[in-house]
Design a protein around this ligand. Structure first.
Ligand code: UTP
Length: 410
């Protein structure tokens, strides 16, 4: 049954089109649809109307934020490594793999982690990530609890893939899957889009929802029970990603900061990466499209660019601080997209031009919610091989080259 509150909201928000085909649905389809409608968050219409995602850039104050550079890290490497190993041995650190994205740019119809990056043999992205984590197991002698975020769209495929491949040698007792929430899509004229007569267009609600999804999945209890104090969150699509790397863990723990971010020196001033900075007095990330010419050209006393360190989606957060962050206050970013849906006659169409908005919260906005952040430089050629696009920049080919450069047989 559709809840009365939902029926009221349909009226209030002028979404009557949702029920246009309801009477002709089979009992089974009705059940599916009712479940979706009863969970539908109508406040997305308010976000659309108020366009909350639009920042008034002129109000944001950006300042540079220094990084701990490679020289300093290398000079303290043993100290950091020992502190990191100690934390890992005491199960103070968990790893969170963000694998709920749709990977539309890559154009692969399975979870991105299932992509075979191998040339002469099969080497899956998930496999590379687990191999890197197994290096840490070897150094510390302990498994790192690994939490894998999927979405409703790719959860079954991801779990099955891990099962089929025997977790790539990882101890499955330490692997926990959880599913992120979905967000509805809205047409340019403010209507919820529908994928079918009994289904809404839903997509993963962005990587910013990871911690609230962990809480909804009951995993915070598990974290607290194990005594985990830090979470190292990372993206699925960097095949050189070093996870729970003891030196990084140790540097973070010793820094006294509640968060840390791995960064690489920008390849060029115009590189399209988010750059670490101070935003309104707190650590933050300035997106490449927000970077003014003045900021781009500013240099420090040694002639290096002041905004020089790009994030690679590898962060550590103190659990205690994550619990205190109000996840509900994360901004919903609205992105114009081509969203396949049914038209006013109930026919399924795949638009050639954007026809609506998808909503996403972003993990980079969480950095702006903590009081301090250790900005930690890593060597780009050793730790950053993103697989975003089919070809060109940050693509399968560039990642393969970097894997070879690092002596990894593919
Ligand atoms: P991207 O921002 O590159 O998005 O994700 P994507 O969905 O993978 O790829 P495109 O933009 O459609 O081509 C960065 C990281 O955040 C995860 C991704 O899986 C990747 O690890 N992510 C993204 C989620 O876990 N959930 C989301 O809703 C979005």
């Amino acid at each position: 049954m559709i809840k009365q509150e939902v029926l009221d909201n349909i009226k209030k928000y002028e979404q009557d089109h949702l029920l246009k085909y309801y009477d002709e649905l089979s009992a089974e389809d009705k059940k599916v649809f009712e479940e979706q409608l009863n969970q539908l968050d109508f406040s997305y219409i308010d976000i659309f109307k108020n366009n909350d995602s639009v920042h008034n850039d002129s109000e944001d104050v950006y300042e540079p934020l220094g990084a701990m550079k490679l020289d300093e890290i290398n000079s303290r490497i043993e100290e950091f490594k020992n502190a990191g190993i100690e934390a890992l041995k005491r199960f103070k650190v968990g790893a969170v793999l963000l694998a709920g994205g749709q990977g539309t740019r890559l154009g692969f119809d399975k979870p991105k982690g299932m992509f075979n990056i191998g040339v002469n043999k099969e080497v899956y992205i998930f496999e590379r990530i687990i191999r890197n984590l197994l290096d840490v197991v070897e150094i510390s002698g302990c498994y790192v609890p690994l939490y894998i975020m999927t979405s409703e769209k790719n959860d079954a495929d991801t779990r099955n893939f891990f099962k089929e491949h025997n977790y790539f040698g990882y101890d499955k007792k330490f692997v926990y899957f959880f599913v992120q929430k979905m967000a509805p899509s809205i047409s340019f004229d403010g209507k919820f889009l529908m994928e079918d007569k009994h289904k809404l267009c839903l997509s993963p609600n962005g990587n910013g929802g990871w911690f609230s999804s962990m809480i909804s999945s009951g995993l915070l209890k598990n974290i607290n029970m194990m005594g985990i104090e830090w979470l190292n969150v990372f993206s699925v699509d960097n095949v050189l990603q070093r996870i729970a790397d003891p030196v990084f863990v140790g540097a973070t723990v010793l820094s006294g900061c509640p968060a840390s971010a791995k960064v690489v020196k920008k390849a060029s001033p115009d590189e399209r990466v988010g750059v670490m900075c101070r935003k309104n007095g707190k650590p933050g990330i300035v997106e490449y499209y927000e970077l003014t010419d003045d900021m781009r050209d500013a240099i420090d006393t040694s002639g290096d660019p002041l905004y020089n360190y790009g994030v690679i989606l590898n962060y550590m957060f103190k659990v205690e601080d994550l619990v205190n962050i109000n996840n509900n206050s994360l901004v919903n970013h609205m992105a114009e997209k081509k969203i396949p849906c049914i038209d006013e006659n109930g026919n399924f169409v795949s638009p050639e031009k954007p026809n609506g908005f998808k909503f996403e919260t972003l993990i980079l906005d969480m950095i702006n919610m903590v009081d301090d952040c250790l900005v930690y430089e890593v060597e780009r050629s050793k730790e950053f091989a993103p697989v975003k696009n089919k070809e060109g920049v940050d693509s399968v080919d560039t990642a393969r080259e970097l894997l070879k450069l690092n002596g990894i047989s593919i």
